[in-house]
Design a protein around this ligand. Structure first.
Ligand code: FAD
Length: 541
């Protein structure tokens, strides 16, 4: 059995950064990812990443913006630590060779982005995530860290006196193997493929959240799901970065009249404003022609290319229809500032983790910085933990159990003509979540979602797969991902049901006000007697 001090699951920005940090701290490390790092969700990040680098900016200003957007739920000390470390991560990226845009003096160019009150987002045109990944991946390779790509983790055991272990399906060989470690870092990204439409890449299915929950970890603020305000509705979640708005684009109606005057708003508020405008006037459009002369092609080249390819619209000639779409999980696996979860030996970083920084809303441009800082901190903490931890035998029965489970799933059976498929159920689930647990929810939509999810779970159990092989069996991996999504759907909906107020990304039409006396608290979902239980914990001042 391959065995390491630290095993990282996930090859996006958070996972790569965690692996490099753990290696630099002296640990033996390996990384597993179901896709190659350059195809992760991190690669599609567009607008930029934040640090208070401008001469008119300060740590205090940055913290104030984070706390304001978090709408009363930010853990302020976490925000202060995060803000203080942002600059060094960007300087590290710059030194390692990220080709950041520069101003006329050769300094890092800073762009206005979302509700940041200062220009503080460093960027590489509108291909920031891709450029960062190239460089972080290069550093990962230079550290000679063993990597297992196209390897799908199917289950995890942790806690209860065992060292963490995962079963890994090597897609190329079709073989299942057990990997153990003294410490494990989940950097498995978000879960917004739970919704349709969604801006997230296909594998963003909350796999890590599900294993953590099943292993006894606590999940925090799961009801907080961020919707992006400016997404082309007809395509596969084509997002037009909000940097376009701060650069001069306007949100208009069919006749070119301004629909939204105040466009520099927290993303949660802007998404809600676009949603309401769409309900009133039907079509909402983003007019990129209002950017300053030459700016469109100079700063948003990828957006121009994609809009032409996906929407068949030339943004220099006509406005683009937009609609809000699910974008990023704000809640996730509860951790401390060093990525420690409530299960010993298990750490989490990046989009799958939730340490209280973002509360009820996330500032645009903070996710990549967060992936870097939380990845580095989790890598260092996991290496330290591994050094002091005695190796305990992993539960070897896990491999045999999992082998039996996968074989039973792919065992060919005569499929009845009207049998459900994974795609059919996923589409139904994602539409249900968008309709009932989306930008606006109430008690009745949430209860009906829970009833529907429970029926979908029954139907899921009856799906039969056609492909009997374990080699690159995307029918099987999509089926496993849907299992995670069904689980997450229940957790998100139960947390949304519990929070009887509106705040940040959570809008209850039956409780439209923020209720500080009762709800200035994080929701915590944990598994009690095999079922989700929603509790709360206080916000750390
Ligand atoms: C269109 C778009 C634009 C964005 N723009 C910005 C922006 O301008 N600025 C910003 O700050 N943020 C932006 N974001 C958000 C940001 O990109 C993400 O929050 C961040 O990159 C997440 O990084 P991560 O490493 O946590 O996860 P990911 O990059 O999602 O990586 C997850 C990793 O986990 C692996 N994994 C998951 N499940 C399994 C499994 N079962 N087995 C094995 N491996 C598994 C995946 O293969 C992948 O390697 C944007 C997001 C999108 C979708």
């Amino acid at each position: 059995m391959p065995d390491f001090d630290v095993l990282v699951i996930g090859g996006g920005v958070a996972g790569l950064r965690a692996a490099i940090a753990a290696r630099q701290a002296g640990a033996s490390v390996a990384l597993i990812s179901k896709v190659h790092p350059l195809r992760t969700n991190s690669a599609v990040a567009a607008g930029g990443l934040n640090a208070p680098l401008g001469i008119d900016d300060s740590l205090a200003d940055y913290v104030r913006d984070i706390v304001e957007v978090a709408d009363g739920l930010a853990d302020v000390q976490i925000a202060q630590t995060f803000a203080a470390e942002a600059r060094d991560e960007i300087i590290w990226l710059d030194r390692m060779g990220v080709p950041f845009n520069r101003d006329s003096k050769g300094k890092l160019a800073l762009r206005a982005f979302g509700a940041n009150s200062r220009k503080r987002s460093c960027y590489v045109d509108d291909r920031t995530g891709h450029a960062i990944l190239q460089v972080v991946y290069e550093q990962f390779q230079r550290a000679r860290i063993p990597a297992f790509f196209d390897c799908f983790v199917t289950s995890l055991t942790a806690g209860n006196g065992t060292s963490p272990a995962v079963t890994v399906l090597a897609l190329r060989k079709g073989e299942l193997e057990l990997f153990g470690a003294r410490a494990m870092i989940l950097a498995t990204g978000g879960f917004t493929q739970l919704y349709a439409p969604s801006t997230a890449s296909l594998g963003t299915t909350g796999d890590g959240h599900t294993w953590a929950y099943l292993a006894g970890a606590r999940l925090m603020d799961m009801e907080m799901v961020q919707f992006h305000p400016t997404v082309f509705p007809g395509g596969p979640g084509l997002l037009i970065t909000e940097a376009a708005l701060t650069g001069g684009a306007e949100i208009v109606d069919q006749d070119g009249n301004l629909l939204i005057q105040q466009k520099v708003l927290p993303r949660e508020k802007l998404a809600s404003a676009v949603f309401q405008a769409a309900q009133k006037s039907g079509r909402v459009l983003l007019d990129l022609r209002r950017l300053a002369e030459g700016q469109l092609n100079a700063t948003l080249p990828q957006t121009c290319e994609l809009v032409q390819a996906v929407a068949a619209i030339d943004p220099s000639k006509e406005p683009i229809p937009i609609h809000p779409a699910a974008h990023r999980a704000i809640g996730g696996i509860e951790t401390d500032i060093n990525g420690r979860t409530s299960v010993s030996g298990l750490f989490a970083a990046g989009e799958c983790a939730c340490n209280g920084l973002n509360g009820a809303g996330r500032l645009a441009g903070n996710a990549l910085t967060e992936a870097l800082i939380s990845g580095r901190r989790a890598g260092e903490a996991a290496a330290l933990y591994a050094r002091s931890e005695h190796r305990r035998e992993p539960a070897r029965a896990q491999l045999a159990d999992e082998e039996r489970r996968l074989k039973s799933l792919v065992a060919t059976e005569k499929v009845r003509g009207d049998s459900d498929t994974t795609l059919k159920l996923h589409t139904e689930l994602a539409q249900l979540m968008d309709r009932n647990v989306g930008l606006a929810r109430d008690a009745s939509s949430l209860q009906s979602a829970l009833d529907h999810i429970s029926r979908l779970k029954e139907r899921y159990g009856r799906i039969r797969l056609h492909n009997a092989s374990l080699i690159y069996n995307s029918e099987l991996t999509s089926y496993l991902e849907l299992g995670s999504l069904l689980n997450i759907a229940e957790l998100v909906t139960k947390a949304a049901q519990a929070r009887t107020e509106s705040r940040g990304a959570h809008c209850r039409t039956d409780f439209p006000q923020r209720n500080d006396s009762q709800w200035n608290r994080h929701t915590i979902v944990s598994r009690v007697d095999g079922a989700p239980y929603v509790g709360t914990r206080s916000v750390q001042a």
